[in-house]
Design a protein around this ligand. Structure first.
Ligand SMILES: C[S@@+](CC[C@H](N)C(=O)[O-])C[C@H]1O[C@@H](n2cnc3c(N)ncnc32)[C@H](O)[C@@H]1O
Length: 222
């Protein structure tokens, strides 16, 4: 497997994975995409719907560059809301690649990559990370999550990960009011989410993407 770092249109870097030829983020702006799809539509939406929360539990499909985790850790620092962030990653990026990314924030990013697998790592007083080096389909989800960042490679490259059985597994690890956000609004993705009892909304996408998705479980209060 080969990794190549490149700069996206908003100036932030991302990675291309070969031979699959898939990018970890939109070429129109990695950071812009992550901020809108996961931070604003997912985490910030959930905390706004549930004011007064002191902590949030997040599950992320695909740790990748660590950008979503980095943004969530910064959100926790800024708001004082405690975040327990669980994420799975089958093909971790080697240090020679992640040390080329987001260097202005290396002090927070590098500990995310260096954290041990399968046990909680306290990154700062408001952010705990638990990474699993496992295939999402085999991962045993024993926690209940408030927010899911569904950030697999696109459904054409990895259709198995967007199957309704995966969304059902995530629904079983959610509660009424939990939200799942993702960048793909493909018809088959929306149908598979609905089949797994997620209520789907289409939202305006970041540059280069007309629509993205937020899905909610059951009724909207905790
Ligand atoms: C779109 S990238 C994730 C980007 C990431 N969220 C970020 O902030 O950089 C998809 C990630 O899923 C990982 N992946 C691919 N197949 C997987 C699987 N079956 N289980 C777990 N992770 C997988 C890839 O290695 C890649 O890091």
């Amino acid at each position: 497997m080969l990794f190549e770092v490149f700069r996206t249109d908003d100036g932030s870097e991302t990675v291309m994975q070969h031979p699959l030829g898939v990018s970890y983020h939109s070429r129109f702006g990695a950071r812009t995409e992550s901020e809108q799809v996961y931070l604003v539509n997912g985490l910030h939406f959930f905390t706004s719907e549930n004011p007064g929360l002191s902590s949030v539990k997040i599950f992320e499909m695909g740790f990748g560059t660590g950008l979503n985790a980095l943004l969530a850790a910064q959100y926790a620092q800024k708001t004082g809301i405690g975040i327990e962030y669980h994420t799975c990653e089958l093909y971790p990026l080697p240090a020679e690649i992640y040390t080329q990314l987001y260097r202005g924030e290396a002090a927070l990013l590098d500990p995310l990559h260096e954290a041990a697998w399968d046990k909680p790592a306290r990154i700062h007083p408001f952010f705990t990370l638990v990474k699993y080096k496992q295939d999402l389909r085999q991962l045993d989800l024993t926690e209940v999550f408030d927010v899911v960042f569904f950030d697999a490679f696109d459904p054409d490259s990895q259709p198995d990960l967007w199957d309704y059985t995966v969304f059902e597994k995530l629904a079983l690890a959610a509660h009424p009011g939990s939200v799942l956000t993702t960048y793909s609004s493909k018809g088959s993705v929306r149908r598979n989410l609905e089949k797994a009892a997620w209520r789907v909304e289409k939202l305006r996408g970041p540059a280069g993407k007309r629509e993205v998705v937020r899905a909610t479980q059951g009724c909207s209060s905790l």
